[in-house]
Write a protein that binds this ligand. Structure first.
Ligand code: TRP
Length: 332
């Protein structure tokens, strides 16, 4: 069975975009089809200015939501990255494999570094090296495939390069992973800015539906979604992005083709109402299950402990091999 690794960074509340774009497919397909690891990659949340209590809270919340959404700990490994030391152990060896220049060239580093600088927050060294940590996340497990969005393919490329380079220098140690572009269930855009995706860390929350938003909040956000001028309702992503996004959301929640759905409406009001109700209905069972799990911290803690143990057992032998291969004396 193919091994896949996916990471979710606890820098914000999980959104409808995360759910429809990724998590739902993990739940419905990946955990059955592959040997999958799903990690809340909390170490990655420390690469930019952060609030310790918030990171801790969001880490537990993200893990709980993954379980609430239907990841089954009997079918896949759900764990918190910092619970498994192998990630940082391996990251250092990969820092000794990577070159300064190839990290400084990373597009995301440049963007985030200039944003941090503009905010007067200083650029953490870990922001430069986090792609190496991500490579360690992937390589520690002998991962075959990494499902990532377009903006992260450069990072998976780095993981490939480092695996090849390490293997060539020190002997075969790592599987060379490949990035797969997940067949996007739905690419959900920000309701206030339908040309950018509904991400976790967007400046304004008005256009972002969070998985834990209550029904009224969902209705308000969808109701205030920006639409386009033009009275005829047709699906056209380029010319009418706001309208297309609402149709995509409706189709992703309730099924159907967004183009066909367009023909069923004559007013934005009716479309927004139906889209909002479809989202409310989709999220209701996840919210309910999340509340149940959140009231049983011992259960969630146990799942994460077992997940970390399993992950550690998978990673440890490979990381130990890498330690020996690179020239470190094994402890007696
Ligand atoms: N860096 C990714 C992000 O910014 C999260 C991530 C960390 C990841 N390690 C990973 C994704 C390994 C896939 C595989 O969202």
């Amino acid at each position: 069975m193919k091994r896949i690794f996916s990471g979710i960074k606890p820098t914000g509340h999980l959104t409808l975009g995360n759910y429809l774009g990724a998590v739902r497919r993990w739940v419905e397909e990946e955990q059955y089809r592959t040997d999958a690891l799903f990690s809340v990659v909390d170490l990655h949340a420390l690469t930019v200015h952060h609030d310790p209590a918030r990171v801790r809270r969001l880490t537990l919340q993200a893990a709980t939501l993954l379980l609430a959404a239907g990841l089954d700990p009997a079918r896949c490994t759900v764990f918190v990255q910092s619970h498994v030391d192998e990630h940082t152990r391996l990251s250092y060896l990969l820092e000794c494999t990577a070159a300064d220049g190839e990290l400084r060239r990373m597009i995301q580093y440049r963007e985030k570094a200039s944003r941090a600088e503009a905010a007067g927050q200083g650029v953490r060294l870990s922001l430069l090296t986090c792609p190496v940590l991500m490579a360690a996340d992937i390589l520690a497990y002998g991962t075959d495939e990494v499902p990532v969005g377009e903006d992260r393919t450069q990072h998976v490329e780095l993981a490939r390069d480092l695996a090849v380079r390490f293997n060539r220098r020190y002997g075969h140690t790592f599987t060379v992973p490949r990035a797969t572009r997940p067949r996007v269930g739905a690419r959900v855009m920000d309701l206030q800015d339908p040309t950018s995706t509904m991400g976790k860390s967007h400046a304004s929350p008005a256009g972002i539906v969070h998985l834990l938003d209550d029904a009224d909040t969902v209705r308000r956000k969808v109701g205030r979604a920006v639409t386009d001028s033009g009275s005829e309702l047709v699906y056209d992503r380029a010319e009418r992005p706001g309208l297309a996004n609402l149709l995509d959301v409706l189709a992703a929640c309730g099924g159907g083709d967004p183009r066909d759905l367009a023909g069923a409406y004559t007013s934005y009001g009716a479309l927004k109402k139906d889209a909002a109700e479809a989202v409310v209905e989709l999220l209701a069972p996840v919210r309910k299950r999340h509340a149940e799990l959140a009231s049983d911290p011992a259960y969630v803690g146990g799942v994460l402990r077992e997940g970390a143990e399993r992950a550690r057992a998978m990673a440890r032998p490979r990381v130990d091999t890498a330690y020996r291969a690179i020239g470190l004396l094994p402890p007696g």
